[in-house]
Design a protein around this ligand. Structure first.
Ligand code: 3Y8
Ligand code: NAP
Length: 248
């Protein structure tokens, strides 16, 4: 068995350790979005494959027998490419996916379908917004320049930001509730904008907003392919062993 593990999340790192412990040959794949991604306990490759065709060529050239998609729920393009490439090669594909966050009693959440809708859900009046969506989609908020934005980026911005009034923090999660509560309070944040990432690595800001009674504008996940989905690494391992027993 030789596994391609599509990574970039806390769960992907946990999956890499589980595969290593199980003695399953694995290649961990990063897109190369960040300058210095965390090390993994298995061999790592970095960079796109070149679309579905490039991924098919990679799978065949590397003798991959199984694909685990442990990418972020918002990394939809990668998930769809893996779905099509696994079908083209007749390889088993399983997605390791953490459940979406669900509102609790007293939460002040506004659910929106897209980042543009998140911008429209902000008040017209100047507000102080923790825009906790990373770097890649900040341009969605250029249409609301009146707000003061707090940004948290993995790497220092290489070029100018599309927003006129920003405070930038450079930090890589996982984050903690005490730190995020202090952040929201110190910057006198009035609104948090976040993707419904699920999992624990990005949860701190949601719990901090809950403690402070702060409004959260939460972007729904994109539609992902109808693939076998496992909620944790143990289930993925059982699925892999089961498919290996069936000789696929
Ligand atoms: C390159 C690998 C681990 C994985 C850690 C998780 C947790 C911390 C929280 C906030 C939200 C955000 C962002 C976030 C989190 C984990 C996880 C997660 C959110 C690294 C990583 C890579 C990336 C890519 C990066 C995106 C950005 C998104 C920052 C490594 C650190 C906002 C998602 O500058 C850029 O281009 C950054 C791009 C895609 C989204 C965006 O649109 O900007 N993740 N994040 C992966 C690759 O190259 O394949 O550098 O070590 C991984 C992690 N980021 O091992 O513990 O599991 O989710 N990542 C979001 O949730 O909205 C931060 O600040 O509160
Ligand atoms: P995406 O929009 O779904 O994918 C765009 C292209 O990036 C893909 O078609 C592929 O290029 C390449 N790619 C994406 N993930 C890859 C991987 N793990 N290995 C190799 N190539 C990859 O992806 P994204 O949203 O930019 O996410 C990129 C990475 O950041 C992923 O590892 C993801 O897990 C991680 N991440 C993303 C978010 C987020 O909010 N989107 C949050 C946390 C972590 P080719 O077509 O050339 O193959």
């Amino acid at each position: 068995m030789r596994v391609l593990l599509l990574g970039g999340t806390t769960e992907a790192r946990q999956m890499a350790h589980a595969l290593k412990s199980a003695g399953i040959e694995t290649v961990f794949s990063y897109a190369g979005r960040t300058n210095a991604p965390v090390a993994q306990p298995v061999p790592v490759r970095v960079g796109g494959f070149g679309g579905v065709d490039g991924l098919v060529r990679y799978l065949r050239a590397e003798g991959i027998s199984h694909i685990i998609d442990a990418t972020h729920p918002f990394a939809a393009q990668m998930s769809w490419n893996a779905h099509h490439a696994s079908a083209a090669c007749g390889l088993p594909l399983v997605r390791l996916e953490r459940p979406a966050w669900r509102a609790q009693e007293g939460d002040d959440w506004v659910h929106v379908p897209t980042l543009d809708a998140a911008r429209e859900a902000l008040p017209q009046a100047r507000s102080r917004v923790f825009l906790a969506i990373g770097r890649m989609h900040l341009a969605s908020f250029a249409g609301a320049p009146q707000h003061r934005y707090l940004l948290r980026l993995v790497d220092p911005p290489k070029e100018g930001l599309p927003l006129p009034d920003t405070t930038v923090i450079v930090a890589r999660g996982p984050f903690d509730v005490a730190g995020d509560t202090a952040l929201l309070r110190d910057h006198r944040i009035t609104h948090v904008v976040a993707k419904n990432a699920g999992g624990s690595g990005a949860l701190a800001k949601i719990e901090a907003a809950r403690a402070l009674g702060m409004r959260v504008i939460l972007v729904d996940r994109p539609t992902l392919p109808d693939t076998t989905v496992c909620p944790d690494t143990e289930t993925v391992l059982r699925h892999l062993n089961h498919s290996a027993e069936r000789g696929v």
